[in-house]
Design a protein around this ligand. Structure first.
Ligand code: HT7
Ligand code: ZN
Length: 876
């Protein structure tokens, strides 16, 4: 494949003023007629041809201003259409006929069929699989779309924008006409047709515009969309209240689809979702699923302004819509649920997914400079680190400045395809702040280290903090200049209140934020009556690796007293992390894994503190995953030692906290009918985490079995099952529970995905063979992305012990499956392949096995550009 470079950007030669489409759907084929209103851009030579993108297309007709074009004027192949002799000036129309076969489209990009339903996915470059087009995000036009299909096969016919008219046609067919007045790029085009059920509702915007809301599902499932519908209405209200953004069409439609490459898609007025992020009820979905639906619904809805009304000039600017929209959905979750718990979850996710990406072979800046396959850049770096950059802008400017900047951005760029420079300039112009150094965050890849040292002069009451930032050159090789790092902090006094120094000098400090701009700077705080405990990087105010040799006493004091609850969690997590890495070293030496009793005591004190919310206490109890511990160890990682150290720590905490956990595991659970609200979910999380640790220490499975058997909701049922299956792998009880679960939910694909994923995650070397066996299970289906991810994605990402088994069988199994999957769906195979990204940190034997598996895969003929791009960069 060819490399696309940011520096090569230039506007198109032709401007598209409008798009009119007729899409005729038949069994086995679709016929599409697209009429483009075009004109040559000023200054473009009169003989310049029009070059349109295609992908696996068949051209059936071509006409200029209604007249069939002679063959001598154009050249067409499946991936391009070149037209010569077009008018030198003025407007003209080009009508293009194409034929495609949705039934054989297993890539699930463009127009395909899922369970008989016709649906589209056009981001990033799927529209060119429907018709020839200038398929790039800076080509904006209003669309009018007529959909025709058999009325029985597809009573529901949807596209973007507002419905205009519809009615019967001959031969049992019918049509619907849709018009989207908002100019949009082709990646936001959507069409859905099928025999669907619907849940409807309505919303009135702040200015009084009535909006019809509808969620379409496969037959019989509309009642499971109730929570998603509620989340839509809450998102609409929130965007009005927090960002002043109203909805702008008469209808807002959402469709839930079984076969879908990612989470969801924000097509204008017609969001298409992976059904996993729409369909819920207490019997089949966990609290985590409820939270996921709320987040994804909000995310896609928020794209209506950040992504759709203002879109990206080119795909290098992807974080302009994705980072900002993730930031907005995080703020929404913080407001709807708990700000502290939201922040802990986001930071955990960032460290689990973005940090390893930023520190490994797939490293790239938040705004990449080049790509071979854009599908491979929908990454944690673009999305989650991109969101962190928005959060830092907020931290630097304050809530008021941030709001002024956002308002100016919307005002200036509404209806445009914008760049990161446009975004940053809006904040600069609205506030007068210089964000040029800050902009390095978009262009320099890697996680900087922030080292902080403190010195206290007792006699003078003076505290000196020295801060040093450094950045190692990484795979992307994008420079190591110092960043502008906003470091939020507090000086916590002996009574737990933040102390106010009489004077501050050194690096710039505004309010509770230190603005670190140089490689090394100091801040001096004068007039402190006592030595404070330094609470640094509050709320994780910058995506850095913090190195602070804080005394254990100070850290433990902060875990009890810090007014910033996020940092209470953070100090404990850092201490646990340090203990676990020491434990891994001990396990490798074959010596006992020990754990500081004072640390266990502090953990138990926080977990037992009833003034704190249960979800927060559950977070404190949730140890870092084995992958995360591997990342902390950093090199020469032995996953077996990681597993041993983590298990031994769990048993230790479980034993020391047995009394508390026994109480929390039962009495802490919400009573009465199931409710998915955040507080009830937090109580269940705490109770089930307590049960997990208690069982790890006691080795007695009866309570877990009871939780599984007596559960009246999926959260508790799956918690009980997961304890049985993970801690008692291979036992008769675990086997019986898995069978009972399967029988009960056999007809429910979303629950079966959990059944596959759970077994793929069992930390046991024999899981390799069991996963290979499950791939032959009658309900396994490699062509369904959720199913492929639930078995192989979970195995490779959540089971480092088995995936990296010393004989290489785990990695080899995944490599072989990736090859099969690649022939069906390159986007999904490439995504799962990223689970190899940390192979270079493994101990030598396993590293060699990983290299063999990757090298074998790289050498197979006919790999997609998606997969070969990932495999080659991972090996490099
Ligand atoms: N903007 C969307 C990203 C996307 C996607 C979604 C579904 C299938 C393929 C896709 N390629 C890119 C999702 C989002 O960020 O909201
Ligand atoms: Zn998005």
């Amino acid at each position: 494949g060819e490399t696309v470079r940011l520096e090569d950007y230039r506007p198109t030669d032709f401007v598209v003023h409008g798009v009119e489409m007729t899409v005729e759907l038949f069994e086995g084929r679709a016929e599409i007629e697209t009429t483009l209103s075009l004109s040559r851009r000023n200054g473009v030579p009169a003989d310049a041809p029009l070059l349109l993108d295609g992908d696996e297309l068949e051209l059936t007709s071509l006409a200029l201003d209604g007249e069939t074009l002679s063959r001598s004027y154009y050249e067409a192949d499946p991936s391009s259409l070149r037209v010569e002799g077009l008018p030198a000036s003025g407007a003209f129309t080009l009508s293009i006929g194409t034929r495609i076969v949705p039934e054989t489209n297993t890539k699930l990009m463009g127009l395909y069929r899922s369970r008989g339903v016709w649906c589209t996915q056009c981001e990033a470059e799927g529209f060119r699989r429907i018709t020839y087009f200038l398929d790039r995000p800076d080509v904006l036009a209003p669309y009018t779309v007529r959909v025709e299909a058999d009325r029985a096969a597809a009573p529901v016919l949807l596209s973007n924008g507002n419905p205009v008219e519809g009615g019967p046609l001959d031969g049992g067919r019918h049509y619907a006409l849709w018009h989207d007045p908002h100019p949009k790029p082709s990646y936001l085009f959507a069409l859905v047709a099928g025999d669907l059920d619907v849940l409807t509702d309505s919303f009135t915007t702040a200015s009084g515009r009535p909006v019809d809301l509808a969620i379409y599902t496969e037959k019989g499932l509309a009642s499971r969309a109730a929570y998603a519908m509620d989340a839509i209405k809450r998102s609409m209200r929130w965007d009005e209240e927090r960002f002043g953004r109203e909805y702008d069409l008469d209808v807002f439609n959402v469709v839930a689809i079984s076969d879908f490459n990612m989470g969801a898609m924000e097509n204008k007025g017609l969001n298409v979702f992976n059904h996993k992020y729409v369909l819920l009820d207490s019997d089949t979905a966990t609290d985590t699923d409820y939270a996921g639906v709320e987040t994804v619904i909000a995310h896609e809805y928020f794209h209506n302004w950040t992504g759709n009304r203002i879109t990206c000039r080119d795909w290098f600017q992807l974080c302009l819509k994705e980072g900002l929209t993730v930031y907005r959905d995080q703020r929404f979750t913080a407001d709807e649920r708990s700000a502290t718990v939201e922040r802990i979850g986001s930071v955990r996710g960032l460290k689990a997914h973005q940090f390893p990406e930023d520190q490994g072979p797939l490293q790239h800046p938040v705004r990449p400079r080049e790509y071979k396959e854009i599908n491979n850049f929908y990454t944690a770096t673009v999305y989650n680190k991109g969101a962190e950059l928005c959060r830092m802008i907020h931290t630097i400017l304050g809530a008021d400045g941030f709001k002024k900047g956002m308002d100016l951005y919307f005002e200036r760029h509404d209806g445009e395809a914008a760049t990161i420079e446009d975004f940053v300039r809006s904040f600069e112009d609205a506030t007068g702040e210089d964000l040029q150094q800050f902009s390095l965050w978009y262009n320099q890849a890697g996680t900087p280290t922030l080292a902080v040292e403190e010195r206290f002069d007792e006699g003078a009451g003076r505290l000196t903090l020295s801060l040093v930032q450094s950045l190692q050159p990484g795979a992307a090789d994008t420079g190591t200049e110092p960043f502008h790092i906003p470091v939020r902090f507090g000086l916590v006094g002996p009574n737990g209140a933040d102390m106010e120094p009489a004077a501050v000098s050194g690096a710039e400090v505004r309010g509770d934020v230190i603005h670190l701009r140089k490689a090394r700077e100091s801040v001096v705080f004068e007039g402190l009556g006592a030595r404070p405990a330094v609470s640094i990087l509050r709320d994780f105010s910058a995506p850095v690796t913090l190195e602070m040799r804080q005394s254990e006493d100070d850290a433990l004091a902060l875990s009890r007293l810090d007014p910033n609850l996020f940092n209470r969690w953070r100090v404990l997590t850092d201490l646990v992390g340090r203990a676990l890495t020491a434990g891994v070293a001990a396990a490798r030496r074959g010596t006992d894994v020990t754990f500081d009793p004072k640390l266990v005591e502090a953990i138990l004190a926080s977990v037992g503190d009833e003034t704190l919310e249960p979800a927060f206490r559950a977070q404190i109890l949730q140890l870092p995953s084995e992958s995360e511990i591997g990342r902390m160890v950093g090199s020469d990682v032995d996953p077996a030692a990681v597993h041993a150290a983590r298990e031994s720590t769990r048993r230790r905490i479980g034993a020391d906290g047995a009394e508390l956990f026994a109480k929390l595991s039962e009495a802490g659970r919400p009573s009465g009918a199931f409710s998915p609200d955040a507080d009830s979910a937090g109580r269940r999380a705490l109770a089930n985490t307590a049960l997990d640790l208690l069982t790890a220490a006691s080795g007695d499975l009866t309570a877990a079995e009871r939780r599984f058997r007596d559960a009246d909701n999926m959260t508790d049922r799956l918690a009980g099952l997961s304890i049985l299956v993970n801690q008692f792998a291979g036992s008769a009880e675990a086997g019986a529970a898995l069978d009972a679960f399967f029988r009960r939910f056999e007809d429910d694909d979303l629950v079966l995905d959990k059944w596959f994923a759970l077994q793929a995650g069992v930390p046991d070397e024999g899981t390799v063979e069991r996963v290979a066996g499950l791939a032959r299970h009658p309900r396994f289906n490699l062509a369904n992305p959720n199913r492929a991810r639930s078995l192989f994605g979970s195995f490779a990402s959540a089971n480092p012990l088995a995936f990296n088994r010393a004989d290489g069988a785990g990695q080899r199994l995944v490599a072989e499956v990736l090859l099969d999957l690649d022939r069906l769906n390159p986007q999904v195979s490439a995504r799962i392949a990223t689970t190899f990204r940390s192979w270079k940190t493994l101990e030598p034997r396993r590293r060699e096995k990983a290299r063999e598996a990757l090298t074998w895969l790289a050498g197979r003929p006919g790999l997609s550009t998606d997969l070969s791009d990932i495999v080659e960069r991972t090996l490099r």
